[in-house]
Design a protein around this ligand. Structure first.
Ligand code: MTE
Ligand code: MO
Length: 209
C-alpha cells in the first residue's frame, strides 16, 4: 500500500531559503538557533524603582531618566540578526524598545559629539560611533522575541546595535555619554576593534582594519 503523502515545500524553495539565510551570515560566523548568554562577570539585578538612565557628556543639559520616563517615549519593534565575535550568529531576533535615535534626540548632543560610550550597571562599557547609533535600527530594548528581556540577556534594558558585533550591544544599559573623540570601552581596552563591523570582520584592533 502506498504511503500517505504530506505536502512538503519543494526542494527549490528550501534551497532559496537556505541561500537567503547564508547571505545574512558574515564570514567566520556559524548559525545558532539557541540564544547563548555572553557576559563578563555576574548578572546585575536592578529594581525598576531604582533604575536610572543618564544622558551626559557633550549634551545641552545632562539628564537622568526614570523607568516611567523611558516608557513614555515612542516604542518600536525591530527584527534583526545578531553576530557575536566568538562566531555565533542568531538570525531574526525581535526586539521591542526605544530607538537609540529617540534618546539622542532627547539628549541634544553638541554638534561636536561624534562618538558615544554606552555605560552599564555592573561596570561594562562599550564605545560606538554616533552615526552607527543613529542608523541601522539601533535601539534600547526591553523585550525579546515577544517576552520580557531576561536579566541574563540584559534586562531591564539593553542596547542593541544590529549592524555591529554583539559586544557593542551593551546589556543593563544605564547611560549614554556623548564624546568628541573615540575612547575605548571594556573589550576595546582588551584588544577588540573600535568599530566592530561584522561584514568587515573588524574583530580585533591590531588588524588595522
Ligand atoms: N554589560 C554587558 N553587556 C554585554 C556583555 C557583557 O559582558 N556585559 N557582553 C557582550 C557580548 S560579547 C555579547 S556577544 C552580547 C551577548 O548578549 P547575550 O548574552 O544576550 O547573548 O552582549 C554584549 N553586552
Ligand atoms: Mo560577544
Amino acid at each position: 500500500m502506498a504511503e500517505p503523502r504530506l505536502p512538503r515545500p519543494s526542494k527549490g524553495i528550501k534551497q532559496e531559503l537556505d541561500a537567503e539565510r547564508k547571505e545574512r551570515v558574515p564570514a567566520g560566523q556559524f548559525l545558532t538557533e539557541k540564544f547563548p548568554v555572553l557576559t563578563f562577570g555576574p548578572t546585575p539585578r536592578i529594581e525598576l524603582k531604582a533604575w536610572r538612565f543618564r544622558l551626559f557628556g557633550l549634551v545641552e543639559r545632562e539628564q537622568e531618566l526614570t523607568w516611567e520616563q523611558l516608557m513614555a517615549l515612542p516604542k518600536t519593534v525591530v527584527t534583526a540578526d545578531f553576530h557575536c565575535v566568538t562566531q555565533w550568529s542568531r538570525l531574526d531576533n525581535t526586539w521591542e524598545g526605544v530607538l537609540a535615535s529617540e534618546l539622542v534626540r532627547l539628549a541634544k548632543p553638541s554638534p561636536k559629539a561624534a562618538f558615544v560610550m554606552a555605560h552599564c550597571y555592573g561596570g561594562y562599557s562599550t564605545n560606538v560611533p554616533l552615526d552607527d547609533l543613529l542608523q541601522g535600527n539601533a535601539l534600547f530594548a526591553f523585550r525579546h522575541d515577544g517576552k520580557e528581556l531576561p536579566a541574563d540577556h540584559g534586562g531591564p534594558l539593553r542596547l542593541v546595535v544590529p549592524k555591529l558585533y554583539g559586544w557593542k550591544s551593551a546589556k543593563w544599559a544605564n547611560g549614554l555619554e556623548f564624546m568628541e573623540k573615540d575612547r575605548q570601552g571594556f573589550w576595546e581596552q582588551r584588544g577588540y576593534h573600535m568599530r566592530g563591523d561584522p561584514w568587515k570582520e573588524q574583530r580585533f584592533w591590531d588588524e588595522l582594519t
